[in-house]
Design a protein. Sequence first.
Length: 421
Amino acid sequence: MASLAFRISRAHLIVKRSNFSSFMPNAAGQAIGIWTAFNKLSPVNFFKCSSLPFSIPVRWSHCCAVPFMGRMYSSTDSTSKVLLPEQRSPSINQNLIQTDPIPHTDSTDGRTMFEEIDDVLPLSPLEEISDDEALQIAAEPLLPPSSFTLRDYVDRSETLSKLVLLGVDLSKLERRPHVATFLLKLDFEKDVQNVLLFLKDVGVEDAQLGSFITINPFILTVEIEILKKRVAYLVSQKFNKEDIARMVSRAPYLLNFSVDRLDNRLFFFQKELGINPQKIRNLVTRYPRMLTGSLEPIKENLKVCKIEMGFRENEIQHMITCVPKILTGNKRRLTEIFDYVHNKMDVPHQCIVKFPQVFNTRLLKVKERHMFLTFLGRAQYDPAQPNYVSLDKFISVPDEVFCVDIAKASVQDFQTFLKTL
């Protein structure tokens, strides 16, 4: 009993001297100190010690073997068997002997450390706050689950914000079906950036990239390797780098066409027009939308030129080579211009073939100038007659030159005449 009382008093002294409240910030030192103090006591008398600042309730009847502080307690009998320190293995005793003493820390430093930890801890969602604190919380607005405009998503989407800086008109893209949803799913670095760099390598200028994507956003869905194969096909057809850059810039959908489709288009023009490959390349380079547009208007215009207008095949080839837009122009507009020039102005076919640019002129402009020359008695378009008026100058020169050089009148006279119409 004297030995047990000595152990209890010694443990009490250790706990008291360790300044239990002052070494709380040092969790490691606390654990070591309590471990040392606990191993000096027997379990029964330790829990009965009133000098300790806490108590630990333990139910011995609910376990068979309870490990506690390095000791094994068995509940198979009423007298709990205790493994004393001298009965433990030497390794355990050695570890207990070699434990470091509990470092003493100033209570002021510990209080400061607790204050710093409290400052870092986030607010609990269940914690009540004042109205002033609530007003200081900055909350971003939620994204709408659905919207009729991309404007609501520009600030949150890196892809959309960078496309806007590039010059892409999102107001036009959001009107097209499924395009807005498709753009929101794109990742700029993975899906957009590489395509933009490829287009620059092909020859599209930086100032044209915005309008290019506005017209053809679906180019962003095509893999780079596929785009390279289509450019390589154009190179194999002897299109130089400048030609390819011009074609891709002026016909944004060109690279969306597969190699087989591009090959079929070039073969169609060579077969229907009957001209050599070099002229086909020149024709497509000047007007690349022939490759990307529908082939039906081209077929219809060829029939109109041959059947309704009465041009021969070689004449059609010459006019198309000079003015490729004849193939894709509006059929009604072409027939109206031809009817007025050939039937009203009495211009023969050979003169129209020499100056096919008349099909690019507005019909109203042709009527106003012809009627003014008729009023002055100078409407002569036959090269064999005096006062001949060249059809080329008739349609290409501005009003000032037309009035002075061809009509031999002033611009004011021409404007006064137009008011009488």
